[in-house]
Write a protein that binds this ligand. Structure first.
Ligand SMILES: [Mg+2]
Length: 177
């Protein structure tokens, strides 16, 4: 059951090694919004998130914000964001939004990566699209109530991976071994 296991993980979006991604030939970084770069209750793009998106760009990688939520929601929580492409209502884990965008950019899946906090949406979606997957520690402990079911299911999978020695959660985030 390694379909769900991300290739890589980071404690926070700030820790993504952009130079390493660039070296790998990554041209597009799909970035989940809620709880990846935007905390629950945020009403504007934080300075940290904005500077991250700018850093991605300055490495020559295109950041593409990706959310299952509506544009209205994304515009509210990422108000004042830098000029970044945003794909809304993506229906993750279905890989079509990612695939469509890669086709538009004339890129192959191995030239893209997906960064997100959820296993069953961001990571599975990335895997199904064939892109490099980076699991990101949550930016905030608080979450929307409807995420609880997903977290419950994630915990079952993580517990199994832990027993198999594939991950370590002792540092407060899911570290891929
Ligand atoms: Mg999320």
């Amino acid at each position: 059951m390694t379909l769900l296991l991300p290739e890589q993980s980071v404690r926070s979006f700030d820790d993504v090694d952009l130079k390493a991604l660039k070296k790998k030939g990554i041209k597009v970084l799909f970035v989940d919004i809620d709880n990846t770069i935007s905390a629950y209750g945020d009403t504007a793009c934080s300075k940290r998130a904005a500077s991250f998106l700018i850093r991605v760009k300055s490495e020559g990688i295109e950041p593409v914000l990706l959310t299952n939520n509506t544009k209205k929601h994304a515009d509210r929580v990422l108000r004042n964001r830098p000029d970044v492409k945003m794909l809304t209502f993506c229906l993750k884990p279905l890989p079509f939004a990612l695939r469509r965008y890669l086709a538009y950019r004339k890129l192959k899946p191995h030239q893209a990566a997906a960064l997100g906090d959820q296993l069953f949406t961001d990571m599975l979606g990335g895997k199904l699209a064939g892109v490099h997957t980076i699991l990101c520690g949550k930016v905030s402990k608080e979450e929307r109530k409807d995420t609880a079911v997903m977290r419950f299911m994630e915990n079952i999978v993580y517990t199994r991976y832990e027993r198999q020695g594939k991950i370590d959660r002792r540092d407060g985030y899911v570290r891929i071994l």
